[in-house]
Design a protein around this ligand. Structure first.
Ligand code: CP
Length: 333
């Protein structure tokens, strides 16, 4: 883990409300993370990633086996989500689980209930697994260390988005024989992107060559130390030239406070246009974790081009999250 990530993780974790609260038996501070938890890609062995992807390939959302019959999947979202939330819910229900959605608005989180007390509450009502998205890095880890059930990270602050990295690897492997040696260009707001971090960890483990591209405000030099095989460039043309995979990332306006970024300058230098995409290999694929902002990080023409696999990525979220849920609950068959 690089120093920057550590800093983000530490500061964010200490900001979380850690209170003794109503914990009871579930809160015996075991500090042992349930082995079904998925908290990040950084420490996940390549062999485990490969077997999870193989399990996802055996999942058929249209004709799913009832592997999770009788199980309760709690979806706890402190931040907005369309893709992750809906695909986890559909994945769980297709395998026979019951799902309950708890959002920060309209729940007792609004009244000041801490993350852990919310976790203990959801455990007390019968949760078998908790899927959590949180604006602070480290929130899923904190829950996992204090609960005796698996916790799945659906995106935590600027830290990781492991399920996105897995579904993106799954999608790439539907188009390319192997990740080894692939040239992947990730262009945009890397600094704020948990998607970029998880992607770098995963692609690096499998020998892909990742080029990160963006202005210094959105891509500090230290990002090259995230994982082996990562390069940095400030030129979108250099990043995209010869690439097998091109991934523009959304400029996260909600996280730009205090940064001097001109969106017009950004568009001029970094927007993925058809002209820039043509610099990639002829059979290159265009990916984006979503949500896309047409006219900002990419043009509509690029988003809808034959090279775009953006919709496939979303679709693949279902079998991949089916596999993640099945593994979490010991049903990885
Ligand atoms: N890619 C992604 O995490 O999308 P959502 O925010 O819509 O879940």
């Amino acid at each position: 883990m690089d120093d920057e990530t550590k800093g983000v993780l530490l500061s964010a974790t200490t900001k979380l409300k850690v209170q003794p609260g109503i914990a009871g038996a579930a809160a015996r501070q075991s500090r042992v993370v349930h082995r079904g938890s998925l908290l990040g890609i950084e420490h996940m062995p390549a062999s485990e990633i490969a077997s999870l992807l193989a399990l996802a390939r055996r999942m058929n959302p249209a004709k799913a086996r009832p592997l999770l019959r009788g199980k309760k999947v709690l979806l706890l979202f402190y931040e907005a989500s369309t893709r992750t939330r809906s695909s986890f819910e559909i994945a769980a229900k297709s395998m026979g689980a019951m799902t309950t959605l708890v959002l920060s608005s309209g729940s007792s989180i609004e009244k000041g209930e801490s993350l852990l007390d919310t976790g203990y509450t959801l455990r007390a009502v019968g949760a078998d697994v908790i899927v959590v998205r949180h604006p602070h890095a480290g929130a899923p880890l904190l829950m996992a260390k204090n609960l005796d059930i698996p916790v799945l990270n659906a995106g935590d602050g600027m830290h990781e988005h492991p399920t996105q990295a897995l579904l993106d690897a799954y999608t790439i492997l539907q188009h390319k024989k192997t990740l080894k040696g692939l040239q992947v260009a990730i262009v945009g707001d890397i600094y704020h992107s948990r998607v970029a971090r998880s992607a770098c960890y995963l692609l690096s483990k499998f020998g892909a060559k990742v080029t990160l591209c963006g202005p210094p405000e959105l891509l500090p030099e230290i990002a090259a130390a995230l994982a082996p095989g990562i390069q940095i460039t400030r030129s979108a043309e250099d990043a995209i030239r010869g690439a097998d995979v091109v991934t523009p990332l959304r400029v996260q306006k909600e996280r730009l406070a205090g940064l001097k970024i001109s969106l017009q300058d950004y568009i001029g230098r970094y927007q993925v246009t058809m002209q820039r995409l043509k610099l990639a290999k002829r059979d290159a694929i265009l990916m984006h974790p979503g949500p896309i902002i047409r006219g900002l990080e990419l043009t509509s023409e690029v988003a809808d081009s034959p090279q775009s696999v953006i919709v496939e990525e979303v679709r693949n979220g279902v079998p991949v999250r089916m596999a993640i849920l099945a593994r979490a609950l010991g049903k990885a068959k």
